[in-house]
Ligand binder design. Structure first.
Ligand code: NAD
Length: 368
């Protein structure tokens, strides 16, 4: 059964880092019988230049049919003045919306070799392995009413609405419990039930689902403000954190910075499973198109390569292959190779392609 992967490399450093991902996929095809076919499509500014839109209908349809979509990055100053609907981000947002990607997975993994790059002490972050599961399509970013009204006398009122339903909470909690089972079997559910009704509902529904289907997973609850504090005080206490769109936005950024550079951070966005068990999925680095270094061959491809490792683990259910790829990255870092963004004194500075070469060589060595 051939696996279908759609690559939308995008703009700036997107094509550079995704070029290395393609080489890694080729390695898995050749050496581990992965059997993936790759198609490439445009998204973002490059698509606007070619088609006048940030993503075409055909590409959205292909993305829906693909087993996994791998995205590089979109955007750049070249498209600062294009019409709002044609801006590069619109392509990304449309893909997320049309594929109904409601679950955003942001791991915060600290490689031992990079522990000193964190703003926290080595002993606090070394060995860190957290997964933040953020609800991505509901909550205060989308709730209605959402408006600014003129109250007269120079007074205006801005309103956003935090709203969640039972099914929205249950489906994201289900993702978190399922993930926990493949990890350390612990879920921390985060809300603010002390001051928010949606937080009370979140707490009650997560607890109910846990009792019904996931009693074998350890569930705890924490208020979002305390969670922010605990993430910098003692982040290793967490395994899976599940939270809403707004808190997840903030907490995942805090957690990611515990681990060093943007160039190291992968992510996954998953949709609901259909009757056949297939779920749409998009994997992408957290970083943007880095126009300041685009075309120089200096970009760090690791965030994109680790995003592909997430695809191996979560879409293709090839945990051993994902472990192998993460181990290869770990080995290369331990050997002292660094792109500019993670450069440290005494280490060897390499470019995008050399980093890709080293990861491929480490894969071959580890594969025996
Ligand atoms: P950015 O993430 O592109 O870059 C921030 C800084 O980190 C830059 O100095 C950059 O050189 C560096 N950096 C980022 N990724 C790197 C990598 N892989 N290797 C080495 N260094 C790396 O964020 P920005 O500068 O705020 O945004 C640039 C463009 O990217 C904008 O047009 C923005 O809208 C877009 N953007 C896109 C996405 C996405 O496609 N998901 C996300 C964020 C920003």
């Amino acid at each position: 059964m051939t696996r279908n992967i759609l690559i939308v490399a995008g703009d700036g450093i997107g094509p550079e880092v995704m070029g290395e991902v393609e080489r890694v996929i080729g390695w898995f095809n050749e050496k581990r019988g992965f059997d993936a076919s790759i198609e490439n499509e445009l998204v973002g500014g490059c698509c606007y230049d070619a088609h006048g839109v940030a993503v075409t209908d055909e590409t959205v349809e292909k993305a829906k049919k693909a087993d996994a979509v791998l995205l590089g990055a979109v955007g750049g100053p070249k498209w600062d003045n294009v019409p709002y609907e044609g801006r590069p981000e619109a392509g990304l947002l449309r893909l997320r919306k049309d594929l109904e990607l409601f679950a955003n997975l942001r791991p915060a993994l600290c490689f031992a070799a990079l522990a000193d790059a964190s703003s926290l002490k080595r002993e606090i972050v070394e060995g860190l392995d957290i997964m933040i599961v953020r609800e991505l399509t509901g909550g205060v970013y989308f709730g209605e009413p959402k408006e600014i009204t003129d109250l007269g006398n120079g007074e205006r009122r801005g309103v956003d609405t935090q709203v969640y339903t039972t099914s929205e909470i249950r489906r994201i909690a289900e993702v978190a419990f399922d993930l926990a089972k493949k990890r350390d079997n612990r879920v921390m559910s985060v809300e603010k039930r002390n001051v928010m009704k949606s937080g009370v509902l979140w707490y009650e529904e997560v607890k109910k689902l846990h009792g019904e289907k996931f009693a074998d997973v350890k569930l705890e609850h924490m208020l979002a403000d305390n969670c922010a504090m605990q993430l910098v005080r003692n982040p290793k206490q967490f395994d899976v954190i599940v939270t809403d769109n707004l808190f997840g936005d903030v907490l995942s950024d805090i957690a990611s910075m515990l681990t060093g550079s943007l160039g190291m951070l992968p992510s996954a966005s998953l949709g609901a499973k259909d009757a056949s068990g297939k779920a749409c999925a998009m994997y992408e680095p957290v970083h943007g198109s880095a126009p300041d270094i685009a075309g120089t061959g200096a970009a760090n491809p690791i965030a994109s390569i680790l995003s592909f490792a997430m695809a191996l683990r979560y879409t293709f259910e090839l945990g051993a292959d994902a472990d192998l790829l993460e181990k290869a990255v770990d080995t290369v870092l331990a050997d002292g190779l660094r792109t500019g963004d993670i450069m440290q004194p005494g280490m060897k500075k390499v470019g995008t392609k050399e980093m890709g070469d080293a990861i491929l060589a480490a894969l071959t060595k580890l594969n025996g």
